[in-house]
Design a protein around this ligand. Structure first.
Ligand code: IVH
Length: 670
């Protein structure tokens, strides 16, 4: 090919590759296959190799062309890169609005013609959790890119930013144009990179932000390229715009990603709250991390007039999500006795808000966990909520110790009944083995009325405590004897509420055999086992008289469970309790049914499914005579994997158990 032909072909190829890059990395839809795109890039590369002086800086082949640097050059930002003030609640957000309105009112001439902060509305968009970048184009070509640094002077990371496919190397614009935005890494890439780090025995990245920052500050652009960063733009200068929203539209027209489709104008604070909630709900499912929303006064004129306070513009606020982790102090460690006698150490925390709720206790599980964490009474700790629900201590901040912290030791005696406690060889949990321990009894009662057992509306631990403390009940069967007149005099009760409770107790008398067995609180008999037992034996009478061997012969019941069930029905105290209890209740035995199409198949679920909850999925399996289980073993037939699967997924892979996704599962139960 002669040079003039090559030049023409190169120009065309560059434009075509850029078009498909934009489709793929910005719009997320590619009209051609990835292989075809690779082929176009390959042809371009070959031509450029043949005619090296036809290579230009905006060529897609130049995304990873740089050699490793010795150090980053410093770049002075033309205008300062600011930061944002944070608010964490609707109240704090409203205070920001009030503050602006007071300011506007106090200087009407200065702010003319604006009379209210929400006049033209505000623009709300996600707050991406990454690293701020300034990218400068001159004559439409990417000239340089810099990190925020101290706001005035940043580091030149041009080579690295060129590797980000969602950043265009050329744009349709004249003169000097500066685009600011956030470089991020997707959750998926983060996981994959950490997995690689782990396999290499290298240290892991703490979060997506650290990884994004670490990847941009690489002297070798090849490493940055391998991290596949992404970029969301939020600010454009170099042209005049009336509103922030128009600026965003212009950014999109230039080929940048903005807002991730979550952005928009809000005309009232209530609309901001609604958008905040909607975005918060979608947060987990988004492919990247966000940590709040950014709300800006939409009118650029008013925004400018509002000016700056400290390092932050007055006209923009970061409305952050409640933190999922926070720090607090361990004020004490107490020991709780559970229904089965298990002793659980619990950290009493200085109350803090995590993810929108106040938390004051966190389970420490057992002595081993305390040792693993190295936690002492008085320590400063990082707490989070496991699975976003259960508070847990993640880390002890040993650097903050004062030497006044106290070591915790597991007691040798039950804190409630004072009898010696037992810890068997090889077991992690210490236990109170006193059958008559009042603490175990109390916990057993809580369990008896709980949602998956008798499910008595309005009867929880607090009221049960009051019943016990007033001597109204001795054991669970006494609950069914309670009359309105017994309950009404108690604190927080009146005649009406007492009547309602008696009614709720009455209507709970009819109960399925499975729920009944679960309510008894037999050691090792959880919800699943109770269902297995009920379905297998069909009636309480049959189960009561079963031999140990017979119990062991049913699927999912091992020796320990069989022993426990057998022993329970032969204990004199339990026998008396049962006799008393059966006077009040009416057990519904399971109907004999024809075996369904999943008969004999065991299923384990891990991760979230889209179309149903895990409980619903298990019920479905049971309905079709299959066997849902919590643990993956060689005998598991299927492991159904949803979003964000847990360790069961890895275990299934290891054991070679068949793994199916939600779609396949739905097909099986159709
Ligand atoms: S506008 C005045 N919009 O949050 C700074 N910032 O806490 C301009 N950030 O340094 C901020 N997503 O790195 C804006 N949609 C967004 C953002 C965003 C993330 C970052 C930005 C800034 C930091 C301030």
């Amino acid at each position: 090919m002669i040079k003039s032909e090559a030049k023409e072909r190169i120009e065309k190829l560059k434009n075509l590759v850029d078009k498909y890059r934009y489709q793929y990395h910005v719009l997320n839809k590619l009209e051609i296959s990835e292989e075809a795109l690779d082929f176009l890039k390959h042809e371009l590369k070959k031509l450029e190799d043949e005619f090296p002086n036809l290579v230009t800086a905006d060529s897609p082949t130049q995304r990873v062309a740089g050699k490793p640097l010795k150090e980053f050059k410093k770049v002075r930002h033309q205008t300062k890169m600011m930061s944002l003030e944070d608010v964490f609640s609707e109240e704090e957000f409203s205070e920001w609005v009030d503050r602006l309105d007071r300011l506007i009112k106090s200087k009407p001439n200065h702010f003319y013609p604006h009379t209210k902060s929400f006049g033209v509305g505000v623009y709300a968009e996600p707050k991406f959790d990454g690293l701020a970048l300034s990218i400068v184009y001159e004559g439409g070509v990417l000239k340089y890119a810099a990190t925020r640094g101290d706001g005035q002077v940043g580091e030149d990371v041009t080579q690295n930013v060129r590797t980000i496919e969602s950043v265009p190397l050329k744009i349709r614009a004249k003169g000097r144009v500066e685009v600011r935005g956030e470089a991020i890494i997707t959750k998926k890439n983060f996981e994959a990179i950490n997995k690689r780090q782990k396999n290499k025995g290298a240290s892991l990245y703490a979060n997506t932000r650290n990884l994004a920052a670490g990847s941009l500050r690489q002297l070798d652009p090849k490493i940055t390229a391998s991290r596949r960063l992404d970029f969301f733009a939020y600010d454009l200068s170099g042209a005049e715009f009336k509103n922030h929203s128009e600026e965003h539209k212009a950014l999109r027209d230039l080929g940048f990603k903005t807002g991730g489709g979550l952005e928009g104008i809000c005309k009232k604070p209530e609309e901001v709250f609604l958008r905040y909630k909607k975005i918060a709900e979608r947060r987990e499912k988004l492919p990247y991390n966000i940590d709040g929303i950014v709300v800006s006064i939409d009118s650029n004129d008013l925004f400018k007039k509002l000016g700056v306070v400290g390092k932050a513009p007055r006209g923009t606020i970061a409305f952050k999500f409640a933190p999922k982790e926070t720090t607090t102090k361990v004020e004490d460690i107490i020991v709780q006795v559970g229904r089965t006698g298990a002793l659980t150490p619990v950290a009493i925390l200085k109350p803090v808000e995590i993810g929108g709720v106040v938390v004051s206790r966190a389970t420490l599980h057992n002595e081993d966990e305390i040792k693993r964490l190295g936690v002492k009474i008085g320590d400063s700790v990082i707490v989070g909520r496991a699975g976003d629900v259960i508070p847990d201590i993640r880390k002890v901040l040993k650097e903050l110790r004062t030497s006044r912290e106290r070591e915790f030791h597991m007691p040798k005696h039950c804190p409630v009944c004072k009898k010696p406690i037992e810890k068997k060889e090889g077991e992690v949990q210490a236990k109170c083995v006193n059958k008559f321990c009042p603490a175990m009894h109390r916990e057993g009662l809580y369990h008896f009325v709980s949602r998956k057992a008798f499910n008595i509306d309005g009867l929880g631990p607090k009221i049960l405590n009051a019943f016990l403390d007033h001597g109204l009940i001795q054991d669970a069967s006494d609950i069914f004897e309670l009359k309105e007149g017994d309950i009404a005099p108690l604190e927080r009760f009146g005649e009406k509420s007492a009547e309602n409770l008696v009614e709720a107790i009455k209507s709970s008398r009819k109960i399925t055999l499975a729920r009944f067995l679960y309510a008894l609180g037999i050691l090792h008999v959880g919800e699943e086992t109770a269902i297995d037992l009920a379905e297998h034996f069909g009636s309480l009478e049959k189960l009561e008289h079963m031999s140990k061997e017979n119990l062991e012969s049913i699927p999912n019941i091992g020796e320990v469970m069989a022993e426990s069930v057998y022993g329970w029905f032969r204990d004199e105290r339990n026998k008396n309790f049962l006799k008393k209890l059966l006077k009040y209740i009416d057990i519904e035995n399971p109907k004999k049914k024809k075996p369904g199409k999943l008969a004999g198949k065991t299923f384990v679920f891990t991760g979230e499914m889209e179309s149903m909850s895990r409980d619903e999925a298990k019920a479905k399996v049971r309905e079709l005579s299959g066997d849902p289980s919590e643990t993956v073993s060689k005998n598991t037939d299927y492991v159904v994997v949803g979003e964000n699967p847990g360790s069961k997924y890895a275990r299934a892979q290891k054991l070679g158990v068949k793994i199916i996704d939600e779609k396949e599962f739905l097909k099986m139960i159709k």
